[in-house]
Structure formats: C-alpha cells, structure tokens
Design a protein around this ligand. Structure first.
Ligand code: AMP
Length: 394
C-alpha cells in the first residue's frame, strides 16, 4: 500500500487538518504518560516548520453523552505547547463558530487543538454533516492516528471523503505502521513465525486464519491454547475455554497441523493471585485446576523457534502476565524476540495491546523492530491487509 505522506504536500500557508491520537491517560488534568503526544511530534513539526497552519483533532477516552470535563483535551494543548515551545490554541468545541474563528485567525506555523471529537456522538457514527463541518476547517487532510484507523469515524473517514480533490495523506506514524505490518504480511523474510496469545480464540480467529496462510509457524499461548487442547481430547480442568470454538480449533489443526505449535507443558494453580502456589503439568490439567501460563519446556521450545526466525509477529501474552507466578512465559517469549532482533537480524513486530504493555514493562521496547501503536488496529490490519480509511487517501 503506497501512500503519499505529509512531506509530499507543500503545506505553506495551508490549513492542515490532522487526525492524531492524543488518547493519553490522565490523573485529573495531569497527563501520566505523554508518549502518544511525543510520538506525533515529528509529523506535527513537519507541518509547523514548513509554515502550515495546523489544526489537530483527536478523541480522548469514552465520553458517554456529550462533553465531560474529565475527558477534555485541554491538558494536551498545554503539554503540546511546552513540547513545541510555542502557543497552542485550544477550542472548547471541535466544530462551530469558535473553532472556525480560531482557524480563520491562524498565521503560518500556528497550531490549534480542537476539543475531544467524541463529545459529539456523530463522530463515531460517521455522521456526514458533522464530517463536513470538520472538513471545512482544512485545505489538506492528514491522518496520523493508527489506533483508530480501522474505524470509519467522521474524523478518520467522513471528513477525508468530504475533502476529496484536496491533498489527503498519512503522517509518519502511520507510514511506519504500514511499512512494518504491510511488509510482514505481504513479503516477510522467512522463516516467518507468528505468536498468538491472550484470553480468547474468538477475538483473534480471523487473524490466525490469515496468518496460517502466510506464516511458517504459529506458536499458540495464553488461554486460547486450552480450546485447542480440548479439540485434541485433552482435559483442561477449570481453564478458560471457548466450547463453541472447539470444532474450529479441530479444523485448523487438521488443515494446518504442521504449522501450529501448541504448549507441551502448562503452569497450573487453583487461583489467579500474586501469592498463588503453582505446579507444572505436561498432559491433562486436573479437574480442580486452571492453566495460567506456558511451562518451562514450552518456553524453551518457543524460544528455539523464535531464534530461527527472520520475521516475528506477536500478539497476546502467553499467560496471566499481570500476576507474578504466571509472568515467566510472556517474559521468556519477549526475551527471545529481543534476542532474535539483535542476533539474527529478524524483523520483530509487537502487535500492540497487552503484548506491547508486557514488552514495555520489561524494558524491551527499544530491542524489537516495531511496537505497534494500535492493538485492535494492528490485529485488523494483519487480518485484512488494508484499511478503508487509508484506501481513500492519496
Ligand atoms: P487479549 O486481550 O485477548 O490479548 O488477552 C489478554 C489477557 O489474557 C491478559 O489480561 C491475560 O491475563 C489473559 N490471559 C492470558 N493467558 C491466560 C490464561 N491462561 N488464563 C486466563 N487469562 C489469560
């Protein structure tokens, strides 16, 4: 998917309407983690430094009905102003007279941040009138919010549609996501190892099916392994399973058995707490026990597969990594992925969400090739290979 990027447009004197992801965690009005703002800075600076008039739009949190002060983007305007070393004008609504006047009064290099898009329910409904009101604020459209690029909302889709005929491009963050996720699914260096974990098969089944057509090996961890165990006639005790997916797991094993690698041992316990007592089983899980992580033999087996790889895509933890007794599997996989990057020159991609959190927790984010900024978005991209919101851009 070759797309024009922000630097392909002469933005001098133009009103550049840019969708960013400033959905940062807040404690009151204090931003507790500013990475999303910091990550958007290269695209923001590229417009400002070239004399564009930058109008930023974002969502924050999940406001229920209308404006809620705790979801205001005002703290982001103040923080961005500090990072840029210049004023950032904040408008108390993303559409309407105040926003239009603020934009009309801009000079080259000025920055305006519009209030939370989701204070209008029309945003998520992709309401055409709302989209048009956003669209009229810009001469150029830029999308740099990968985490919401899989959703056809007014700011990600309708506004871009309404700006047909004007330049409509992506920013550097989305460019990077498309490069790594796109190349991994279309022209991966081989062996290509996919690692899937997490709670449910059902959330990831479409991705699993798509990746099975492309990857050389698929390593399965997390609770989803137990649905596969059930389909093999094994006992899983009280482990989390999806009974309605057992047949599907059976079909996948019948069709792609040579590619699918399942755990050979499991960390079990009777409770999922920080002080839980654990043991390891290699076969059936006893009736009164639950599986919470992959065991040491599986960790070694998965690490060996990862060490041979040239491309790795990982989504979903290997166990309940939030609890200490069940974190070792996820840790072992994270270390193996970092090692493959350094020692084998493998392209290693962490598909956002919980696996990104785990890699960050272990201080390994810089030791992998790419940590996706979108959990759900990266999964959908791995499944379909494209987004309609980006297809319509230049
Ligand atoms: P997901 O959002 O599907 O990637 O799932 C992530 C969640 O799966 C994490 O909160 C993990 O604690 C949970 N998880 C992973 N392995 C297990 C397991 N064996 N049993 C229960 N939950 C699990």
């Amino acid at each position: 998917m070759k797309k024009k990027i922000v630097t392909d447009v002469d933005v001098k004197g133009k009103r550049v309407l840019m969708r960013v992801d400033f959905n940062v965690p807040l404690d009151g009005s204090t931003i507790t983690d500013d990475r999303r703002i910091a990550q958007a800075l290269p695209t923001i600076k590229s417009v400002v430094d070239r004399g564009g008039r930058l109008i930023l739009m974002s969502h924050l949190g999940r406001p229920k009905s209308g404006p809620e002060p705790k979801f205001s983007l005002k703290p982001c305007a103040e923080h961005l102003s500090k990072l840029l070393g210049k004023p950032v004008t904040f408008t108390s609504d993303c559409i309407g007279v105040e926003a239009e006047q603020a934009v009309a009064g801009m000079k080259d290099g000025d920055v305006v941040l519009l209030e939370n898009l989701r204070f209008h329910k029309e945003e998520e409904k992709n309401d055409p009138n709302f989209a048009k009101q956003l669209a009229k604020l810009g001469d150029v459209y830029v999308n740099d919010a990968f985490g919401t690029a899989h959703r056809e909302h007014a700011s990600t889709f309708g506004a871009a549609q309404a700006m047909q005929g004007k330049p409509r491009v992506i920013g550097f963050l989305i460019q990077k996501e498309l490069k790594f996720l796109g190349e991994a699914v279309s022209t991966p260096a081989r062996p290509f190892v996919a690692i899937m974990g997490g709670a449910k098969v059902s959330d990831k089944i479409a991705v699993i099916e798509n990746l099975l057509g492309k990857a050389d090996k698929l390593l399965i961890g997390g609770a989803m392994a137990y649905t596969f165990f059930l389909s093999q006639g094994k006992k899983v005790g009280r482990s989390l399973v999806e009974k309605d997916k057992v047949n599907l797991a059976k079909e996948l094993l019948a069709k792609h058995g040579a590619k699918i690698v399942l755990p050979v041992d499991t960390v079990i316990s009777n409770k999922m707490t920080d002080d839980a007592e654990t043991s390891i089983v290699e076969g059936d899980i006893p009736d009164d026990m639950e599986g919470f992580d992959i065991g040491p033999k599986t960790q070694a087996l998965y690490a060996a597969e990862i060490a041979k790889s040239k491309t790795v895509i990982w989504n979903g933890p290997m166990g309940v990594f939030e609890k200490k007794p069940f974190a070792a599997g996820t840790k072992a996989v994270a270390l193996a992925v970092a090692d493959a990057t350094a020692k084998n020159g493998a392209i290693t991609i962490i598909g956002g969400g919980d696996s990104a959190a785990a890699v960050e927790q272990m201080g390994l984010s810089e030791k992998v090739t790419h940590v996706s900024t979108g959990g759900g978005a990266s999964l959908e991209f791995l499944e379909s290979g494209h987004f309609s919101t980006l297809d319509i851009l230049d």
